[in-house]
Design a protein around this ligand. Structure first.
Ligand code: HEM
Length: 514
């Protein structure tokens, strides 16, 4: 009451001094600030979403497993949801139909990437493919990578390297099997994947003496870890100068270390270029050839080369590791499915030799197992952030320029309106369907879809199918510590790659005749 009277008196005095127009202006200004204060900031036509707090926006609704929290919110606010993460207006899509509208119908508007502090420092001012803006450079570099690095011919050219590396892992597991000891399968798969990626990209193993002495493994591990770390600087631009998480300093240090190492690798390649052509070409050779040989209408120099090489490494290592780990975990939890898959491979390969990549063609049950595993456990639970280049209307909602878009791949794979019994692992659900992994059917998009979809899909699918087939064919598996299959902990650890929160500890038994 007291407030009301004071307020009325104050308004009366203002009316006497400035008249009715002044009162109207005052009312307009106060309403503006009041609306801002209450965060009823939502312009008419924006998608529904939770109200946010001043400054933080909706950060308080989000925990460490962002994909799960966004999925829960989407159950309340719908498959096209608007929220603000710090200062970043964000639209999250969580159903196949919604994803199709943004990643297909309006793909051209959402093909851009936002500023990303990690990529800014580590990847030569976002000169990588992953976080490059939608510009002439990105379009051409994608084309160069697709035709030179990820073509079927190129993927096949690394087959013997993959065979050799997988055999080394099988040998190591076989030794553990003969001693009857438990192994950390997560770590075995991680090393294998790191070695394969490094051999393909740089022509050296992850732990080569050369690399090890020069702390290459550490630099890559740190780059991977820190680039996936949630960074307030990406959501509160004003905080960047204070560097409260001390990330900027780390970014700069890692960038410097990476630059020293990659320069050495490039110089090595230049010194041995003749030798390399006679042996196997790696990604450094291929991209250097492209850089030197062609007259481009866009900038393509050493900074772009070094940024794209780091990109390839970070994009490939953890994503393939996580996918293999999740698949083996699901097979361990479902011994009947494991048995059925072993029988399919046995029928094709027998028990006297290892699986070859050429055997994979026609292993239809393996295909179904992989799809089902990537439906429930997409390595990228959310797409990387896209950003709109102009205002647009999607499904009747007004989306402003510079709005961030995240597609919740994890939620789409568990959407009960398109997947009956979505939480169960049932590879047979794919029998007789033509749902593939290519991003044509928005029910299943572990590699994204549209212009920003994963260019490494063919390579990734080849690698994960080959390794899963080999592990399943060569060994029977048992969980360590007498854990029952149904009790296996399947907790997730969200990041750029969403992997198992706990390593997979298992006891292998070798099952081939020789
Ligand atoms: C199972 C393994 C993999 C999965 C699940 C996966 C998934 C994805 C996803 C979801 C995206 C983001 C799509 C978007 O933002 O809309 C992406 C982007 C990308 N991936 Fe993969 N990926 C895998 C392996 C690889 C491999 C092996 C490479 C290369 C060696 C690679 C290179 C890239 C690159 C360069 C981009 C950025 C593309 C761009 O922005 O233009 N990925 N991937």
């Amino acid at each position: 009451m007291f407030m009301f009277n004071r307020c009325n008196n104050w308004m009366y005095a203002f009316y006497v001094d400035y008249g009715f127009l002044g009162l109207q202006v005052l009312a307009a200004i106060s309403s503006y600030f009041l609306l801002k204060l209450l965060w009823v900031q939502r312009r008419y036509g924006l998608p529904p979403g939770p109200n946010g707090l001043p400054i933080l926006g909706n950060l308080h609704c989000l925990g460490k497993n962002l994909h799960q929290d966004l999925c829960k919110l989407s159950k309340k606010y719908g498959p096209i949801m608007y929220l603000r993460i710090g200062y970043v207006p964000t639209v999250v899509v969580s159903s196949p139909a919604a994803a199709e509208k943004f990643l297909k119908t309006h793909d051209h508007v959402f093909a851009n990437r936002p500023y990303h502090q990690g990529s800014w420092y580590l990847c030569y001012h976002q000169r990588n493919l992953t976080f490059s803006k939608d510009n002439l450079y990105w379009r051409n570099m994608r084309q160069i990578c697709s035709s030179n690095l990820f073509s079927n011919r190129r993927v096949a050219s690394f087959e013997s390297m993959r065979r050799e590396e997988v055999r080394l892992m099988i040998e190591s597991l076989k030794r553990a099997a003969s001693n009857g000891v438990s192994v950390d399968l997560s770590s075995e798969i991680r090393s294998l994947s790191a070695n394969m990626s490094c051999l393909m990209i740089f022509g050296k193993k992850y732990l080569d003496k050369d690399f090890e002495d020069r702390r290459f493994g550490d630099v890559i591990r740190e780059a991977l870890h820190i680039s996936g770390h949630p960074n307030f600087g990406d959501y509160f631009p004003l905080l960047r100068i204070f560097d409260i998480q001390r990330l900027t300093r780390r970014f700069k240090e890692i960038a410097k270390n990476y630059d020293d190492l990659i320069e050495k690798i490039i110089v090595d390649h230049l010194d041995h270029s003749q030798e390399h052509q006679e042996t196997k070409e790696d990604f450094v050779d291929i991209l250097m050839d492209s850089m030197e040989s062609e007259e481009f209408e866009f900038e393509f120099d050493r900074r772009h080369l070094k940024a794209v090489l780091l990109d390839m490494l970070t994009a490939s290592m953890d994503s393939t590791t996580a996918t293999i780990e999740w698949t083996i975990s699901e097979l361990l939890r479902h011994p009947g499915i494991m048995w059925k898959l072993q029988k399919e491979i046995e029928q094709r390969v027998g028990m006297d030799r290892f699986v070859e990549e050429s055997d994979l063609e026609g292993l239809t049950y393996l295909d179904m197992v992989m799809k089902e595993s990537m439906r429930l456990h997409p390595a990228s639970a959310l797409t990387l952030p896209h950003v709109s280049t102009e205002d647009c209307i999607v499904d009747g909602h007004h989306i402003e320029k510079n709005t961030q878009l995240l597609a919740n791949i994890w939620a789409i794979g568990r959407d009960p309106s398109v997947w009956p019994d979505p939480e169960s692992f049932l590879p047979e659900r794919f029998t007789g369907t033509n749902v593939d992994l290519l991003g044509n059917d928005f029910k299943l998009i572990p590699f994204g879809s549209g212009r920003r979809s994963c260019p490494g899909l063919e390579l990734a699918v080849t690698v994960v199918r080959f390794i899963v087939a080999q592990l399943v064919h060569c060994f029977d598996w048992e969980l360590s510590d007498n854990i029952e299959p149904s009790d296996l902990d399947m907790s997730e650890s969200f990041g750029t790659v969403t992997s198992r929160a706990k390593p997979l500890e298992v006891i292998p038994t070798y099952r081939l005749h020789n």
